[in-house]
Design a protein. Structure first.
Length: 322
């Protein structure tokens, strides 16, 4: 048997091609798999400690009873209310309570949460007024066995005049629809704010200076709806220290690795004073993850600044100086 001579490989004269091949052939290391413990630690505390039942919500029981009675009537259709407005400062458990009660009173086949939530559109080809109207039109079919609460927490850019008028018109047509038309209940969670000048002066009473139920809905719609019972309004106050202390102690007990800085009386007293559940949990997490313990001056700005609504944060360029 005659063996064939091996062919010798020709040396590449083009060095650039050789370098290119070497670069392509470099092995890419596989990404390391994160442990479940690490992924759990990276969950924001606001999400991690979000209440799943009404009993876990940090709020006055009398306020829970008041809102629960309205949800009960909305559930059994014994009320003609089309729009429930929960208003108050930031972080006072408005939307949290609404979500928990929706799960309790509106279990449906369509969603496990008992509610559908409007999310502000960031699409460039659809303006926000049109996006909100299309969302509300789609929610008209959430009736019967799929009856669900329509939750509005994020607002379209109501600082834009045309968007504000479209928003009001959309809600007006919903609220004053014929009685024989079955519609799901709408819950509007509105964080009310008032912009105060550096020297404490207040501007004109308009939506650019005061974000309230009256400036968002308009006095005519608000008064007509409330007088007819088609709109119900419940006003929330900042969370009392008693409920804040219970919540913080529960978090401190669960997070064994907290720095001692987070447990100091100075820090806790500042957190108790805020009355803003969402803000204080975020501040507590920030303190606990700081290796040296941050200064308190930057963590607790004025209450007015803590109460900025999501709408204002999303569209600051639409605001004008008073």
């Amino acid at each position: 048997m005659v063996r064939r001579p091996r062919k010798t490989a020709h040396v590449l004269e083009d060095e650039s091609l050789s370098e290119e091949i070497d670069e392509v052939s470099v092995e890419i290391p596989e990404p390391k798999k994160e442990s479940k413990k690490r992924r759990h630690e990276e969950i924001p505390w606001v999400t991690k400690y979000e209440p799943s039942t009404v009993l876990e919500v940090s709020i006055n029981p009398r306020k829970v009873k008041e809102v629960r009675e309205i949800f009960g009537k909305l559930s059994d259709k014994s009320s003609n209310c089309r729009l429930l407005v929960l208003s108050g400062p930031s972080g006072c458990s408005k939307s949290t309570l609404a979500k928990c009660l929706a799960k309790e009173y509106f279990p449906s086949d369509g969603t496990a949460h008992g509610y559908v939530e409007y999310l502000d559109s960031s699409l460039t080809d659809v303006n926000q007024a049109q996006h909100f109207r299309e969302f509300m039109d789609g929610c008209r079919y959430l009736v019967g066995s799929n009856r669900t609460v329509v939750l509005i927490e994020d607002l379209p850019n109501v600082f834009h005049e045309d968007t504000l008028y479209s928003f009001r018109d959309c809600l007006r047509s919903w609220i004053f629809s014929a009685n024989e038309i079955e519609l799901p209940p709408v819950v509007l969670c509105l964080t009310e704010i008032e912009i105060v000048g550096d020297h404490g002066q207040r501007g004109f009473y308009n939506i650019e200076n005061c974000l309230t139920v009256e400036t968002v809905l308009g006095r005519d719609l608000s008064n007509a709806g409330c007088s007819s019972g088609l709109i119900r309004r419940v006003k929330f106050l900042p969370v009392a220290k008693t409920y804040i202390k219970k919540l913080l102690q529960r978090i401190l007990s669960a997070e064994k690795g907290l720095l001692q800085t987070a447990k100091s009386p100075e820090v806790l007293n500042q957190l108790y004073e805020s009355g803003d559940i969402r803000s204080l949990i975020s501040n507590l997490e920030f303190i606990s993850r700081s290796s040296h313990g941050p200064g308190l001056s930057g963590l607790f700005p004025r209450a007015a600044n803590l109460s900025l609504s999501r709408c204002w944060k999303s569209h600051p360029f639409e605001l004008k100086d008073p």
